[in-house]
Design a protein around this ligand. Structure first.
Ligand code: PHE
Length: 443
């Protein structure tokens, strides 16, 4: 009893749900989901995604959170506690956030830079050709913004689970929803006539997004949509990177896990859907269907600023709200990544939170500077097996997403599905109900 009381825990289930949703809602919701939905036939992708979220997504998420709650350990130690021989899976699942944090903070720094540009009324300069490339390949600026974003993340982690993660999530997440709703509603009201005299409206853009487009659908494209939806789901729920185990270890034994997991999934999916309502109609109205071909960094840092510029003077305000929203989404995600690492260091080496957080901040800082310099003195062009040309950031992203995360996901499934059996997880999930029942009769 005494031993367990020492571990931090979320004060309430709302705190846990918002923190976990904060981790899940991130750049993936904003720059990947809308793009995939537009590419994969609108409504078809949405249906696949929701079906997968309710089945696979729910199972994976509840499994990880439950491993955390059952073992009361961080990812590095939790697998070992479940089964001695599976210690190495813990090592890999701790390695994933160590690889992700530096480059996630570099991108977070870019978002911060854009937010400041819009806040100071300089949105139009951000829309200029070459602005993004010259910024990220600069000598100092990317590093300065990396430091600011990383330190903001560390600050929250230093404050701990309740005063840091829980209380910040409770502030940032409601503001994020509010901004998303405001921008989405605005996006539906716009209309624009281009130089050819063609008028497009936000509502037409919404149709492109939600109405299923079966044109040219083949068996092959059916599987492409399925795989896209599956990949997006794993990434979006922040599973297979140790995060949900770390957060699960802070959930109280009396919390209703099923209910919380449902809420997290609904939160993540609704925000992803609304990100589409925000982005697709806006891009469609101002740039037509061709404008929707960009994804990832180029959608966010190149195409969208042009859309904001085309909106005229209100574009600066919308851009400011948008980048503030992305900043919050990225911050709550990076907080969760750092917590997975810091909690692992604390459990493994029995060191204080302050010490573990300081060590990880230094590691992420050094690696982050290398990522920044990947667009500067360390610039190279490496062709990846998927055909894209990569710099340091993309290589790190590729390694974590394509090797380590699938390994953790498959390993977890084998461990729980066949070695220790799903009943272990089911018992832990249903413990809440039993506890109450026991209390009723015995006390
Ligand atoms: N789940 C986040 C998203 O959808 C992504 C993420 C990646 C979060 C890595 C934390 C760590 O954007």
């Amino acid at each position: 009893m005494k031993k367990q009381a020492k571990r931090n825990s979320f004060k309430g289930s709302i705190g846990f749900v918002l923190a976990a949703a904060g981790s899940a809602v991130g750049l993936g919701n904003i720059w990947r989901f809308p793009y995939l939905a537009a590419k994969d036939g609108g409504g078809i992708f949405l249906v696949f995604y929701i079906a997968l979220a309710l089945t696979f997504g729910f199972t994976l998420l509840i499994t990880e959170v439950t491993i955390g709650r059952k073992t009361k350990q961080s990812p590095l130690m939790a697998y070992e506690k479940i089964h001695k021989k599976w210690k190495n899976l813990g090592v890999i699942s701790c390695l994933v956030p160590i690889i992700i944090l530096p480059y996630y903070c570099v991108i977070g720094g870019w978002v911060f830079k854009y937010f400041l540009a819009y806040l100071t009324g300089n949105g139009t300069s951000a829309a200029q050709d070459g602005f993004f490339t010259s910024f990220i390949s600069g000598n100092y600026e990317p590093v300065i913004f990396l430091v600011l974003f990383l330190f903001a993340t560390s600050f929250v982690i230093f404050r701990g689970v309740n005063k840091g993660i829980e209380s910040f999530s409770k502030i940032l997440m409601p503001i994020l929803i509010l901004f998303v709703i405001i921008i989405a509603v605005f996006s539906l009201t716009i209309s624009y006539t281009d130089e050819n005299g063609i008028t497009r409206t936000g509502m037409q853009g919404l149709m492109v997004y939600v109405v299923p487009n079966f044109n040219g659908m083949t068996v092959k494209s059916f599987f492409t949509v399925l795989l896209d939806a599956m990949g997006q789901l794993f990434f979006s729920l922040s599973v297979a990177m140790g995060i949900m185990i770390a957060y699960g270890s802070y959930v109280s034994d009396s919390a209703d896990l099923k209910k919380s997991i449902n809420q997290i999934e609904i939160f993540d999916t609704v925000i992803a859907f609304l990100a589409g309502v925000m982005i697709i109609p806006a891009v469609f109205t101002f740039a037509g269907t061709e404008g929707m071909e960009a994804s990832g960094p180029s959608l966010m840092f190149v195409s969208l600023p042009k859309v904001f510029a085309a909106m005229g003077s209100i574009g600066n305000v919308v851009g400011c709200l948008f980048f503030a929203m992305v900043l919050f989404a990225a911050l709550t995600s990076s907080i969760s990544v750092m917590e997975a690492i810091v909690s692992s260091f604390m459990d493994k080496f029995k060191i204080s939170r302050a010490k573990a957080a300081s060590i990880e901040t230094i590691i992420a800082l050094i690696a982050g500077v290398v990522v920044c310099l990947g667009y500067n003195i360390f610039y190279f062009e490496l062709k990846l097996p998927n055909g894209t040309v990569a710099q340091v950031l993309d290589v790190m992203d590729y390694i974590s997403n394509n090797f380590f995360m699938p390994l953790v996901a498959i390993g977890t499934c084998i461990l729980i599905g066949w070695i220790v059996k799903p009943q272990t997880i089911i018992d832990e999930v249903e413990k809440t109900a039993q506890k109450w029942a026991e209390k009723d009769y015995t006390i």
